[in-house]
Design a protein around this ligand. Structure first.
Ligand SMILES: [Ca+2]
Length: 320
């Protein structure tokens, strides 16, 4: 226990010296999805049979789950791009043969911690069974399963969610809540069509053309920046909650003195583990409950390290 570190003994707010917020390009090409609305692009001839697909879009969100786009056909073909546990999941089926062993379901996973309210770009390029999924600057190349080359979709491809159809696949998936930019489906500028009211959004929810900023935004820290908040005098309760991400195995997350020289509390990372240290100089404190704090932050932190997101290298500590 390192008590008495006077550098940490502060009690006023200070704006961190290296405070950055997520940059959100103020493009005119954005669509905000509220988590309910779905934007369909209906095919002119009710069917779309493609040997080649090129789909591009950018998204930013604070949600870890949500369907970015979806299409399906009565033959069993489907295409779905979604976020699951803050990872990008692309599912494609060019056709399955239910009589034989041929099964076309193909899944590609990309990225992690994508619910960081920063823009991420996605490019899907398919030529027959050859598939490239590019997320930001990293590309995955796969060959789709099965023997079929054509994607056969019926009626529409939807953005921001799956319209309710009564099927279990649609009801178990969350709609996308966040912002998309520059949606292009095989040369069709979906964002532009939506802005010109050429597409009919679903009746539920709202589509808007500027990004809604979330109530909370991440705060970035480097090795020398910090944030100071005033304490609440004459209160017996000390309660704090936050989420964080970092690439660093060691670092001080929080420090506070208790009133009346009772001691202090310190939450830090030590060798990739969260430690809550309470230094009591007098025995006035009767109850200490730290379990939820330690578990909550630890899980997030471990996931960050396991998934090896190198983009965190530049950010240092990040509280969200
Ligand atoms: Ca097919």
């Amino acid at each position: 226990m390192s008590a008495g570190d006077d550098k940490r003994d502060r009690n006023v707010w200070q704006v961190p010296r290296d405070h950055q917020q997520g940059l959100s390009p103020a493009g005119a090409d954005v669509i905000n999805f509220d988590g309910h609305v779905v934007l369909p692009y209906r095919f002119r001839n009710k069917k779309m049979k493609t040997l080649k697909d090129v789909i591009t879009l950018k998204f930013k969100t604070t949600e870890s789950e949500g369907v970015l786009l979806h299409g399906e056909g009565q033959q069993g073909d489907y295409i779905t791009l979604e976020l699951r546990k803050a990872r990008l999941v692309f599912s494609l089926n060019l056709g399955s043969n239910q009589l034989g062993p041929i099964y076309g379901h193909t899944t590609v996973l990309a990225g992690s911690l994508l619910d960081d309210h920063h823009w991420h770009s996605v490019v899907i390029e398919r030529q027959g069974r050859s598939l490239d999924l590019t997320l930001d600057r990293s590309a995955e190349h796969v060959r789709t399963n099965g023997e079929f080359d054509y994607l056969d979709l019926d009626y529409e491809i939807t953005f921001g969610g799956i319209p309710f159809s009564g099927k279990p696949t649609s009801s178990s998936r969350k709609n996308f809540k966040g912002c998309m930019e520059g949606i292009n489906y095989n040369g069709v500028n979906i964002t532009d069509l939506a802005r010109r009211k050429k597409l009919e959004p679903s009746n539920v929810g709202n589509l808007s053309f500027s990004c809604v900023e979330p109530y909370t935004v991440p705060v970035f820290f480097n090795a020398t920046s910090y944030l100071e908040v005033p304490g609440r005098p004459h209160q017996d309760l000390f309660a704090v909650s936050f989420q964080f991400r970092t690439w660093n195995p060691n670092g001080l997350l929080l420090f506070s003195h208790f009133a009346d020289h009772l001691g202090n509390v310190e939450i830090d990372l030590t060798e990739s583990r969260v430690a809550v240290r309470i230094n009591v100089t007098q025995t006035k404190m009767s109850q200490i409950d730290i379990s939820s704090v330690a578990l909550g932050t630890g899980v997030r932190y471990r996931r960050c390290l396991e998934e090896g997101d190198t983009s965190l290298l530049q950010t240092g500590l990040c509280f969200v």
